[in-house]
Design a protein around this ligand. Structure first.
Ligand SMILES: Nc1ncnc2c1ncn2[C@@H]1O[C@H](COP(=O)(O)OP(=O)(O)OP(=O)(O)O)[C@@H](O)[C@H]1O
Ligand SMILES: O=P(O)(O)OC[C@H]1O[C@H](OP(=O)(O)OP(=O)(O)O)[C@H](O)[C@@H]1O
Ligand SMILES: [Mg+2]
Length: 281
């Protein structure tokens, strides 16, 4: 049985459960269920706090897990990123009242509140800045107003939380994060792990690509192929009409309307775009 750790709540929980569902794994019926046995897929899903997932996987008690890249760095656990999953994107940044600080260099000797003490500590050490890290559990944005810190380092997604308390980001982003699949560093892959990767990759491709079909005059096929090169090369089939062919290719979902415009410009007809439900490349 492949043992997979899944965030049980928080910003990554819904995205993680959705991607596993689309990859064909069993869902939990309610949010109180902590372990789901999926015997059809020979795996067990363990619903855990996102922050703890790197710890379990790094210890080797679980074979795979979904967590945030920032949380993996923060944990210092001997787990490694296997693939990015394209959701739960955020940046990790310094913030303070407008104009208080301009960059990380100015933070020497000051107090910085964060719930990512491991990540922040490593960054400050790399930058050669000797600041005091104040470790809080959450809602760190309030720490400055309450006099506990001179600056904060926290997850920023939309920036709404910072704006609401009158703080502004400063300095370069400390880290860019998204949800990732992790395994124990250097450990051999468990049974079913490669299948999990292939299924997740299939979901990501199905999300990012669409299928395009169109008819085109045979003499314009080279131009058409340069617009829709496909993955391995498009499928070109004869059409029951003298001098015409039918073409089928995968194209990035983003920009597919521009691709349709370009095909139309070179005389393509019956241009159809359809969603990909599932795929294995
Ligand atoms: N808007 C967001 N707020 C917080 N985390 C986000 C956001 N968007 C993406 N993330 C990512 O989600 C992960 C944090 O998840 P979560 O907020 O559930 O953890 P936590 O803050 O430790 O838990 P809790 O808030 O329950 O104490 C990080 O990897 C972070 O980068
Ligand atoms: O830029 P935004 O879109 O506003 O999102 C970022 C905020 O969301 C997270 O808080 P969370 O809800 O996880 O609470 P916490 O601080 O208690 O962890 C994070 O810690 C920031 O406070
Ligand atoms: Mg949080």
């Amino acid at each position: 049985m492949l043992r997979i750790a899944v965030p049980n709540k928080g910003a990554l929980s819904e995205g993680a459960q959705t991607i596993l569902k689309e990859a064909g794994y069993r869902q939990r019926r309610d949010s109180k269920e902590l372990v789901v046995v999926d015997s059809e897929n020979s795996c067990e899903l363990f619903f855990l706090r996102p922050r703890d997932i790197a710890v379990y996987v790094g210890e080797g008690t679980l074979d795979a897990g979904i967590t945030g890249r920032d949380m993996l760095f923060d944990s210092g656990s001997p787990a490694e990123e296997v693939m990015p999953l394209g959701f739960g994107r955020s940046t990790f940044r310094f913030a303070a009242p407008a104009g208080a600080h301009s960059g990380v260099d100015g933070l020497s000797g000051l107090r910085i509140a964060t719930s990512y003490a491991g990540l922040l500590g490593k960054y400050l050490a790399d930058q050669g800045v000797d600041a005091r890290v104040i470790k809080l559990d959450g809602a760190v944005e309030t720490a400055i107003r309450l006099g506990v810190a001179d600056a904060v380092a926290d997850v920023v997604e939309t920036g709404t939380t910072l704006r609401n308390v009158g703080l502004e980001v400063f300095g370069e982003p400390i880290a860019h994060s998204e949800a990732i699949l992790i395994k124990r560093a250097g450990a051999p892959e468990a049974n079913g792990f490669q299948q999990l990767i292939r299924r997740l990759q299939g979901v990501l491709v199905a999300r990012d690509f669409v299928m395009i079909d169109y008819d085109i005059r045979a003499e314009r096929i080279d131009e058409a192929i340069s617009i829709t090169p496909g993955m391995e090369g498009p499928t070109v089939s004869p059409l029951h009409r003298e001098g015409w062919v039918a073409v089928r290719a995968m194209v990035p979902r983003k920009g597919h309307q521009q691709v349709m415009d370009q095909l139309w410009e070179i005389g393509a007809k019956a241009i159809l775009v359809t969603a990909i439900f599932a795929c294995r490349l």
